[in-house]
Design a protein around this ligand. Sequence first.
Ligand code: 13P
Ligand code: SF4
Length: 301
Amino acid sequence: MCIYNEIKKLKEEKNAVILAHYYVSDEVQELADYIGDSFYLSKIANDIDAKIIVFCGVSFMGESAAIMNPDKKVLMPDLKADCAMAHMVNLNKINEMKEKYDDLAVVCYINSTAEIKTYSDVCVTSANAVKIVKNLPNKNIFFIPDGNLGRYVAEQVSGKNIILNDGYCPIHAAMTKSDVKKSKAEHPNAKFLVHPECTKDVLDEADYIGSTSGIINFVKQDNCKEYIIGTELGVFYELKKQNPEKIFYALSPELVCADMKFITPEKVLDVLKKETNQITVTEEVRNKAMAPLKNMLMLAK
Ligand code: 13P
Ligand code: SF4
């Protein structure tokens, strides 16, 4: 039996679903029941009726699903798949900010560890951060861990004191303004679409700034023919697949979230068969980290 049929059979037998981020390879996406950006996948993970969730993404995604689903098994094809930014917070600094400001809200990008979430009031993703921060009653916001997304949010929201952290995504932050200028000179008719994890001088060059799904949806309704893509290469390939009549240029061939490459169909089959690589969180972490995740789902509506 081919690997796809074997996985399909196991999914039915075990009442399992496979969730995949757009960043994973096409071969893995083909196995998935749901494909999307971080926000879409968190909503699915929260609502899904299944016994087992196999999460094809990096660890913060699987962890978030495990926090929200105490009664389900959440498995990850490779436990080494991690997001470097997720760890870039100094916990002492959070406590310092809480002491300094009475009305502080700690707003935590979902790209963070379960432990960091336990210190937070609300989680956000790049798809809903502006909306959620705008609607919070608090004047003082400590935005963690991504300083670039935090700064972008601060520029979109007036009347708040948004304190930034110095975390960043090594892949998105590696794009430079001169890469963009060069690509624009080579493709003068192309629009430049970018993820808000990029630095300010790169965002300043953008025709559109948005999450993975934001970029995909923008192209769907736009009538331009050519685009320069300033985010992870998986999105570039997804856009090419969805829009064969349009032309896409990747800003750099190195924009790869390398850890996503650990995830292969063989590993998906293996964890599903043996039910290994289960993501577990302690009761204490779950109790504290569930609220910011649920708050996000409620406030993003
Ligand atoms: P999205 O929220 O757009 O899925 O992005 C997640 C991410 O990790 C970006 O690098
Ligand atoms: Fe994390 Fe960057 Fe990879 Fe996104 S692209 S998962 S922020 S390391």
